[in-house]
Structure formats: C-alpha cells, structure tokens
Design a binder for this molecule. Structure first.
Ligand code: GLA
Length: 390
C-alpha cells in the first residue's frame, strides 16, 4: 500500500473535526501519472506509455441518511454541497467536476443516499500530473463504494473520460484515467488507445523518474488542446476521400500523409506528422526501456520533445528551457515535456544515484534562464487506485 496508515489517521481526524464522530469511514487514494512518451496520441487511437506515481489524491467519505452530498476540499480550501433530489447545478471549477462525476456514477444506483466527503492531495494542481483525473477517480470510486458497488476499471475509465469532456470541457483521450486505474509499482503502462489493450513494462531498477515542474500553466492549454483535434481532422477528411475506411490517424502511413500534402493546410500536415512519428517512438522506447538502453531513450525523448515543440506546437518557452537545462545535467538519460503542454512539467529519466544533483542542476539553470523557481519532484511508480475502510 502506498498511503501510510498514519497519514490516513490524520486525515480521519480532520474528517471528524468537520463532520463529527460516528459511522464507518471509507477511503480511496488515486495516484497522479507521468507520461514517459506517446504525447497527444491517445485521442488519435495511438500508443501511450505513462506510469502512475507515488503522489496521490486522497478522499475520505461516510454515508449520510439523507440525500445531501457535502464535500470539503483541502486542496482548494473550500466546501461545496448539493442535493441528490435536484438536477446538476451550474457551479464551475473543481465543484462542477466533483458534482458531475458523483451524479454520473450514482445514475446507475437506485437507492441513493447522501455523502460526507473530505479530500486532499500531495499532487499539485496544474503540474501536468493529472490531478483532475485523479480527483474524479477518487470521487467516483468513493461514491460507488459507499453504495456497495465496485466499478469495472475499463468502463470506469471511459466514464471518467466522458466526465472530463462534459464537466471540464477538455476533449481529452483516455491515457490519464487508465494510467491512474491500472498503474503498477515498478512499471510503466503501455497502452493501445484503440482497443485499450495494456501491458506493464518494468522500469530499470537503477533509473529514477524526476519530474521538473515549470510552475507555469498557460491559459491556452484547453483551447489549443481541442483545436489540435480539429486541425488533424481536416487532414483526416482528405485522407478519407482516398481511403474511406480510415478511422483515425492510427490507420495512416507516412506515405499516405505525403500523398495528401498538397491538398492540405501545411499546419495540419505537421500536426499529423507528430502523431505518426510519436507512435513509432513509443514502440522504440518500450524496447529501449526493456534493455535499459539509456542512449536510445535520450534520443527518443529529445525527438519527442522537438516534435511536440515544432510540429504539434504544444510546448512553451518554459518547458523548452527546462528541457534545455537538463541537457548537460548530471545523470541525465532523457528529458521531454510531459502531458498536455503549455506549461506543467518535464519528465526526466535519470541515473538513480545522481537524481538529487540532477534536480539541483536543472532547477538552478531553469531559474537563470527564466527567472522562475521550478519544482523538482523525485518520484517512484505506484499502484493504481486503492480503497479501504477506517
Ligand atoms: C492530457 C490529456 C490526455 C493526453 C495528454 C497529452 O493529459 O488528458 O488524454 O491527451 O494531455 O498526451
């Protein structure tokens, strides 16, 4: 188990301080995720290679005997409540996502009752580590658990993805949700986003994962994210005029893409080139990781970052500076932006014995280049969502 009993006891004390004593308290913890490689490929039915990390959103909850749902978020230092007898409100932000996923999960339950909920996290918001998906995962799991239900993981991942689309407005793929639900300590998860086939790949024991948070999050993140799907969609239309059975970029070869170049907007072609080349890099990276081939990982991470920066255009000045700062850092194996982009973090594979000097070197260089204090997080991989009772 990755959550210490002492931490949960402290959480329970907070829970009882807010909601009072008595009754059985259940808890759920969901890890964040870092994507090793395979960026902006999931919603093109491509391949991704994330890992769940030992930073979690934790939630405690207890059944009520009325129809009220009360939520306290320590992360946002705020509370919110709604009644299961009314329809979805027009609240915004974290409360909207919370209400949305709870209502969605409870839609399938006939005998609903209210809930008292307390949540906290050691996963920073906006760091590109899927704190939003992890929060929805704990809320949905807890709501089901307190109604005596367990959720099938793949179906639940799809529910969470749909909830992200509806309640956060981000037309995300399914990588984050599956990484959070199916993570396994010591491993990364190779995921085929077409048929959702998964396999766990062991990480070399002597390699460490260092996340370097730029401490910036540009507003563009969700508008540009949704825009990339439209840009690729126009090229897909041209491709389908030649071969109607094409379902997604997953079905397209480099030659086919070249063949429609003249009929398409060059920007769209660049976006698609990223997706095709990134899918290839995922397979190469899996093989390189299995062989602890540091040199290939370094090359693949560099090529991935370049492609995200130049072809897919989802990097930013700060992410580029963070990757550049890692280039000559002690212990470096590979460095690239991770997650949706426009801020957030870089993922770095580093020789374990040099992880701390790596983090110091990169932080210092990043600060000199940008004037911003970044944050280094040395993580280990983790299991997926865990539940229990207190
Ligand atoms: C965000 C989305 C994921 C994925 C990444 C980019 O994290 O939630 O589905 O598309 O961006 O790889």
């Amino acid at each position: 188990m990755t959550i210490s009993p002492e931490k949960l006891e402290l959480d329970a004390r907070e829970f009882r301080r807010i909601y009072g004593n008595g009754g059985k308290i259940s808890w759920v913890a969901a890890p964040g995720r870092v994507n090793l490689i395979g960026e902006h490929t999931d919603y093109h039915e491509g391949f991704v290679f994330p890992a769940a990390i030992d930073r979690h959103v934790r939630i405690l909850g207890r059944a009520r005997n009325d129809r009220k749902v009360r939520i306290f978020s320590a992360t946002f230092n705020g509370s919110y409540e709604f009644s299961l007898d009314t329809s979805m409100s027009d609240v915004k932000g974290w409360a909207r996502r919370a209400e949305g996923i709870i209502r969605t999960v409870l839609d399938a339950v006939d005998e609903k009752h209210g809930l008292d909920i307390w949540m906290d996290a050691d996963l920073s918001v906006g760091g590109g580590l899927s704190s939003s998906a992890a929060s929805m995962a704990v809320l949905g799991t807890l709501a089901a658990l307190l109604h005596g239900r367990t959720l099938e993981k793949i179906a639940f991942a799809k529910t969470l993805q749909a909830a992200e689309h509806s309640f956060a407005g981000l037309k995300c793929g399914i990588m984050d949700q599956l990484a959070i639900l199916l993570g396994k300590a010591g491993h990364a998860l190779l995921l085929d986003c077409r048929d959702l086939a998964t396999s766990h790949v062991k990480l070399p024991a002597e390699w460490a994962l260092v996340i370097m948070d730029t401490n910036v999050k540009h507003d563009l993140a969700s508008s540009e994210y949704n825009k990339r799907q439209i840009e690729c969609g126009t090229v897909l239309d041209a491709l389908r005029r030649r071969r109607p059975e094409i379902r997604s970029l997953r079905d397209v070869s480099f030659n086919e893409l070249e063949a429609v170049r003249d009929e398409c907007d060059p920007v769209g072609i660049k976006r698609c080139l990223h997706v095709l080349s990134e899918n290839e890099r995922v397979h190469k990276a899996v093989a390189a990781l299995e062989n602890a081939d540091a040199r290939s990982i370094g090359e693949l991470f560099a090529a991935s970052h370049k492609s995200l920066r130049d072809d897919y255009a989802v990097s930013c000045r700060e992410l580029d500076a963070m990757v550049e700062a890692a280039a000559d850092a002690p212990g470096i194996i590979g460095s690239r932006m991770t997650g949706g982009g426009f801020g957030g973090s870089t993922v770095n594979l580093v020789h374990k014995d040099q992880a701390h000097s790596f983090a110091e070197h990169v932080s210092e260089k990043y600060r000199k280049a940008t004037g911003i204090d970044g944050k280094a997080i040395i993580v280990t991989t983790s299991d997926g969502v865990v539940t229990g009772n207190l």
